[in-house]
Design a protein around this ligand. Sequence first.
Ligand code: AMP
Ligand code: GLY
Length: 423
Amino acid sequence: MNILLLGNGGREHALAWKINQSPICQQLFIAPGNAGTSNEGINIPIEPTDFESIKDLVLDEEIDIVVVGPELPLVKGIFDYFQADEELKHIPVIGPSAEAARLEGSKAYAKQFMQDFNIPTATYQSFTKATLTEGLNFIDQQSPPFVLKADGLAAGKGVVIVDTSFEAKQELEAMLNGKFGAASQAVVIEQFLKGQEFSVFVLTDGKHYKILPAAKDYKRVGEGDRGLNTGGMGSISPVPFLTSELMKKVEQRIIQPTIKGIETRQLNYRGFLFFGLIEVEGEPFVIEYNCRLGDPETQSVLVRLDNDLVEIFEALVEGRLSEVVIEENDVQAVTVILVAGGYPEQYDKGKEIKGLETEIYDSFIFHAGTKQLGAQVLTDGGRVLAITAYGDTFQEALAACYKNAQLINFQGKYYRKDIGSGY
Ligand code: AMP
Ligand code: GLY
């Protein structure tokens, strides 16, 4: 089977590594990929949202299945593009339709969905420019802190949490006046939830689902969870505080009603669904849905999945998902992200990465923002490399990650030194 994987981050390098292990996979293509994915397959310089070029590639290379890493092509309708094309419609795309991807692409849509299907989440209201006055009054009725979310995709920056109603009102006006462009034409204001966050992933055909290993992401740039939000500075799997009792609540109160909602709404969903959750005094709530796997959660999750991933994809597209038995091993996995200094704000690209050729100690080095230039590997993004290791304990895995984090160098390298600490 020839497989096309779309995306260019650490998640995609990890997916490429896992897909490439499958004896069913004949040739793997990654579009556009990065310096790391070129060790697992053939990189093709096509953007995941350039559907016409993807069509040409799929036909030329006789691709049998397309796996979509990031959300943007899904929200823009790659699934629907394939369905609507006579030459492509028989080729499965792992990912939901554009309508179903609104679970990630529109916070207002997701909140309404959760409300309709009685799925626990923070209480909320949604406002537009036409209802600004109601929004300002709503803020007056709430107590701090205030959580404001741009409705649409805003590259992970669309959530603002402030402590005073004055700031909340200013922020609401700025957002509705285009602070995040079209993404903040509508704004969700919701109740602040205090607790521990974690991520649960399922693979679904819109009716059945299989639960993959869960993970915890470290979102803030600074140690002790301080500073700006990032795409993720590290991850661990399993989640130490996710007891079987809590997981049972997650499955019964969140996963099952969500899948039921997808079925009831007749949404076309054949792909990964990511539940961003928070535990508040023992009870799980949904912070957000994503229509894809997480980055950098995927890196820690996939080393704990013993199944052949391509076999699971085959079962999914052949309507046999319910037959799949997920084989989750009990290693403890950790991922530490090396970022470019300044990230998530301004940072440099094009710095040479050294040390990749040296003996890497008991870890996987998944590339995120890198590119190959001749014999050199250069930085090409904020999150540059993901170092993933596993062991019998988090401590063992962490020791390997941090040893490698020191061996690999590029100008401005920064990483959090407290990923997984305390567990
Ligand atoms: P989101 O993009 O919706 O995942 O939000 C980004 C981050 O903002 C989350 O990972 C949380 O840390 C925080 N956040 C979002 N919604 C809430 C909420 N209702 N209460 C507390 N923190 C939140
Ligand atoms: N690590 C969070 C995300 O992928 O959205």
